[in-house]
Design a protein. Structure first.
Length: 289
């Protein structure tokens, strides 16, 4: 089971895919700094890195929350980061009309969790031919992601008409769908991770990403903003690696407290490489068993 992301393969017997970057684009200097650090990680053979940042954080708690530079300026900045770092880039899209412009820059399109069931958005993303990473809704069972996968695979330009075909490896070719675990609502203001969802979603035929930083969010925990607990990021990421995730998602920033979004659950940039080193040790140990 494999999926293609740019020049990378993600899935069985492949290096760990890392999707990482700031939550939202801020300045060019900051994006380049983070991209440079992530490019250092990409030099090692056991990991493939994709730079992620949002040009618009549309799913904000309050009307006054900062959202980002917008699509046009944001895509130009993502393009510059990709050219400077050599990394493929990804970003969230929230509307069907954003899919085609984003696909001109991004090797991977990301669908936010609250929008995982939005058929028009999924179809528009797949119509671009780019690979798509869909975050499982906090309100969804992992088995329900089969319908998300079906929507995407039925909408790629060269999709098979046979709905019974293997959804992610038709004719033995790598697929273009990733699905992402990022926590499930547990009452008000808290998320929990059911690690069973990782092998369950893998059984649907798509490689699985574990979003370690959004999994520790506390929705509405800061009143008009989302809180979080970054101390739990590494333990959860270790568990996800141990159970067999194919990719990890992190938000990282040199000064998380200055980020307009998700600062409470982001990893400090100067600690990120050490964190990845430890997670790769876990993966090596598990794979040796």
């Amino acid at each position: 089971m494999l999926a293609r992301v740019g020049n990378y393969l993600c899935g069985d017997d492949q290096p760990l895919l890392l999707i990482a970057g700031p939550c939202v684009l801020q300045t060019r200097e900051l994006a380049m700094q983070i991209g440079e650090t992530l490019a250092q990680l990409n030099d090692r053979p056991d990991v493939n890195v994709v730079f992620k940042a949002s040009f618009d954080k549309a799913n904000r708690t309050s009307l006054s929350a900062k959202r980002g530079p917008g699509m046009e300026a944001g895509l130009r900045l993502l393009e510059a980061v990709g050219a400077d770092s050599g990394l493929p880039v990804t970003t969230d899209i929230h509307l069907p009309e954003q899919a085609a412009p984003a696909a001109e820059v991004c090797e991977l399109l990301q669908i936010p969790a609250f929008l995982a069931r939005q058929t028009d958005l999924l179809v528009a993303a797949a119509n671009t031919g780019r690979s798509v990473n869909v975050k499982k809704g906090q309100f969804m069972a992992p088995t329900d992601m089969r319908y998300v996968i079906d929507k995407l695979n039925g909408s790629f330009p060269d999709s098979q008409t046979d709905a019974a075909a293997d959804p992610n490896a038709a004719d033995g070719k790598p697929g273009r769908v990733l699905v992402c675990e990022r926590g499930t609502f547990f009452g008000y203001g808290r998320l929990v991770n059911d690690m069973q969802s990782i092998p369950i979603m893998r059984s649907l035929g798509a490689p699985v990403v574990f979003d370690a930083t959004h999994s520790v969010q506390q929705p509405g925990g800061l009143g008009g903003a989302t809180g979080g607990n970054r101390e739990m990021v590494e333990p959860l990421a270790r568990a996800a690696v141990a159970i067999g995730c194919d990719a990890l998602f992190f938000e990282t920033h040199p000064e998380p407290e200055t980020s307009p979004s998700d600062g409470a659950n982001m990893i400090f940039l100067d600690q990120f490489i050490g964190l990845v080193d430890r997670l790769l040790q876990v993966r090596e140990t598990v794979e040796s068993l």
